[in-house]
Design a protein around this ligand. Sequence first.
Ligand SMILES: [Zn+2]
Length: 301
Amino acid sequence: MVRSVLGIDVGGTQMKWGLVQEGRVRSLHKEKTPPHPEALKSRIQQLVHELGPVDAIGIGVPGMVDEEGVIHDPPNLPEFHGFPLKQALEQITGLPVRIENDANLIALGEWKFGAAQGARHAVVMTLGTGIGTGFISDGRLVRGAHGRGAEGGHMILDPDGPPCYCGNRGCLESFLGTVHFIPRARSALAQGPEVPSDLDQLDAAELYKLAQRGHPVAQELWREYGHWLGLGIVNFVHLFGPEVVVLGGGVAGAFDAFAPAMFQTLEQHVIGYPDRHLKVVPAALGMEAGIYGAWALLEDT
Ligand SMILES: [Zn+2]
């Protein structure tokens, strides 16, 4: 029986890891993601050695993960494409290893321990540099064939919309991912009244503060964000009929700023909206979501 799990959430730039014992996160650490798979492998071997008795490893990575635990097309980590991480870690540590797409890992965490607890149908979105999605349908995480499902961030909302790194135009992510949204916000703010002095430092948190202080352009930008996010959720609701939609990731901290436009879009476009009693709520676990997800992944086995 698994009692102690090393949970690792590998992001494009930062990696979070922690020890979970008996379903509780005992520690949480953040560090730079090693740039090469071999360096990641050595770092994890070192962690297992330092942490003492660990029964298993649960790990989330960007990109798609197939049944053999091989990573495919990870955005921002091209060196990891085709790397058999599960096999490499099992060999080097002698421990059972489970690997999952990072957004799915967070969805598992929020579903089993956080804001979607108890739901049989849930959507968990991660709003950050990119847009991650995890879908719980009929009490199961949707993975798709060869682990290539559930990429809701690349749902096309407007074929003539802004270009997305995936090669398509007008994906949900091309409207909401901060890599697209923040540069657009900068140019909009540069043209408007009350141009902020440190525009090149602007990030989602700063844009949120500007809106809270009543900056009209910042408020309009968050209204647009809420509108596109709402449209994305409308489609997910029509596909999966969730009881709850959970919004995590750094940009979810601006919930108050984008929520009014988001709910307005839901009211306008979701079929049978009042009867669904749909909840759309911020995530509950913050940075620990992926680490809880790692535990859930091992418990699930
Ligand atoms: Zn895309």
